[in-house]
Design a protein around this ligand. Structure first.
Ligand code: BG6
Length: 490
């Protein structure tokens, strides 16, 4: 993050919604306290709930102090920046009022419109802003941030892009994927490109397969209408977050960290993903629902929406040809854990076979994304003693030092919007390529009359997900720890 930024207005649509309360306002608050917001920066909340300015400030003060983050003069300085505008997003008068609020002062040159709204409102709001002349850049900038999902399939993403492009230049659109803003996900780039030791091994000659897991213990958390209607684990997590992680893991070194160089490399990976063979879908894709899903409020009877999805993907390029990438995600699973597990190939000869250390385990590189932000390398070592026995040991590194503050993904991303840095935001061709990967699967599942498999709440998902490996002894990695037991006594 760099120094304090230019004056601007941050306009949050959907300011009384959950995302604004738990992520956006706390992130802006942190940026304020860390000195990243210029003195003139104003933050306007827009919503349908009536609030006077003072009432809104009180509410935000309460949100921040209840969460334990906001205190003292920092909090008071932050709430001084806040204002609120009530109105209906369908009403031209609202955009006129917004234009009056933005006015013509110093702050008016640069404005960010954050659409923390249901995706169906992206176009009407953009049209409203355009018709009121609020998107025109005269002697400053106007930027629009849209949350995922960008469309609900390839075709709807195309329509959305066309509609936004009618009123906005591509440089004005910030498609946010908060997962990419996580420190541990950004660390994938640093691990790969600020170190020499991985690169020679980072290819089909040394890597057997890669697993990317995002497991949650939570369920729908009041989002049934979004999730059951337009979501499902594949759309909600794989199309966006997990394919981004895959792209960062598999991409070639970019020419620079400039937005276009980085995104050029990511999109190449996404485009190289081999289309899934729909006639053999069961051996490449698994969907499931947790038991009791239909009893949740707001779920349509007989819904086939998957709360768990796992895919086996191949990247058809020189580096990765025939190396499977396994992606899985699910709700109501046993643990909250997101991680990358890279399994290396076995040594060409099992030299220790005759000695009693019959099975030498493969090496793993494990990268914890959350809750543990760690990097671990699992290797075989000799157990002390006269016999030749081996066991797995792990070389560990916590990424942060004790006492170091970890920035929330939104802090980084909200600051990037202010600074006009689009590296971590998705370009339209990335989104399009990601939909092309998952669309055929979702279509095949939509046409399948069989209900999804079921898995018990608190489990690791359906057993069938293990069959994706199709190789004896291969399984999902559920944890970052190796058990440290000796393999075979000599
Ligand atoms: C969101 C999904 O994009 O990411 C949610 O819509 C999911 O369903 C969330 O729970 C996971 O992100 P995080 O940062 O909470 O792990």
């Amino acid at each position: 993050m760099s120094c304090a930024t230019e004056s601007h207005a941050y306009v949050i649509f959907g300011a009384t919604g959950n995302l604004a309360k738990i992520k956006l306002l706390p992130a802006l608050y942190q940026l304020h306290c860390l000195g990243y917001l210029a003195p003139g920066v104003k933050i306007l909340g827009c919503g349908r709930t009536p609030h006077e300015r003072d009432g809104w400030r009180d509410e935000v003060r309460k949100i921040l102090s209840d969460s334990g983050t906001g205190t003292g003069s920092c909090l008071e300085g932050f709430v001084e920046r806040l204002d609120y505008l009530i109105g209906s997003l369908q009403d031209a008068a609202f955009y006129q009022a917004l234009g009056n609020w933005i006015g013509t002062g110093e702050c008016a040159r640069n404005v960010i419109f954050y659409l923390s709204l249901s995706p169906g409102l992206y176009v009407p709001v953009t049209v409203g802003l355009a018709q009121a002349g609020l998107l025109a850049e005269s002697n400053g900038w106007r930027r629009v941030v849209v949350e995922k999902p960008f469309g609900h399939d390839l075709q709807s993403a195309r329509h959305l892009q066309h509609a936004l492009n009618t009123h906005l230049e591509e440089e004005q659109i910030y498609r946010i994927d908060h997962y990419v803003g996580k420190e541990s996900v950004q660390n994938l780039l640093v691990l790969r490109f600020a170190n020499m030791i991985l690169e020679p091994l980072w290819n089909r000659h040394y890597i057997d397969h890669v697993q990317i897991t995002h497991a949650e213990t939570v369920g729908l958390e009041g989002r049934a209408s979004y999730y059951d209607g337009h979501g499902g684990a594949t759309r909600d997590m794989i199309q966006s977050h997990l394919l981004q992680v895959l792209a960062l893991l598999a991409m070639e070194p970019p020419v620079s960290l400039e937005a276009e160089s980085l995104r050029d490399e990511k999109v190449k990976v996404l485009r190289s993903i081999r289309p899934l063979d729909i006639t053999q879908l069961a051996s490449h894709a698994v969907r499931a629902q947790y038991a009791g899903y239909h009893q949740e409020a707001g779920i349509s009877p007989g819904s086939h929406t998957e709360t768990y999805a796992a895919l086996k993907l191949y990247i058809d390029n020189w580096r990765w040809r025939d190396v499977p990438f396994y992606l899985r995600t699910g709700k109501r699973l046993k643990e909250r854990r997101s991680m990358v597990a890279v399994r290396f190939r076995e040594p060409p000869m099992q030299l220790f076979q005759g000695t009693g250390a019959a099975t030498v385990h493969p090496n793993w590189l494990l990268i914890g994304i959350q809750p543990d932000d760690v990097v671990r390398l699992e290797i075989s070592a000799k157990v002390p003693g006269v016999e030749t026995r081996t066991r797995q040991i792990s070389m560990d590194a916590s990424v942060g030092n004790p006492g170091e503050r970890k920035a929330d993904a939104y802090e980084d991303l909200l600051l990037d919007v202010i600074e006009g840095n689009r590296s971590l935001f998705l370009r339209y061709d990335e989104v399009k390529a990601a939909w092309s990967v998952v669309d055929p699967v979702m279509q095949a599942w939509a046409e399948d009359e069989h209900p999804p498999l079921q898995y018990p709440v608190g489990s690791w998902g359906p057993k069938a997900a293990s069959q994706l490996f199709g190789k004896a002894g291969q399984e999902w990695r559920q944890s970052l720890s190796c058990n440290g037991e000796a393999d075979v006594a000599g």
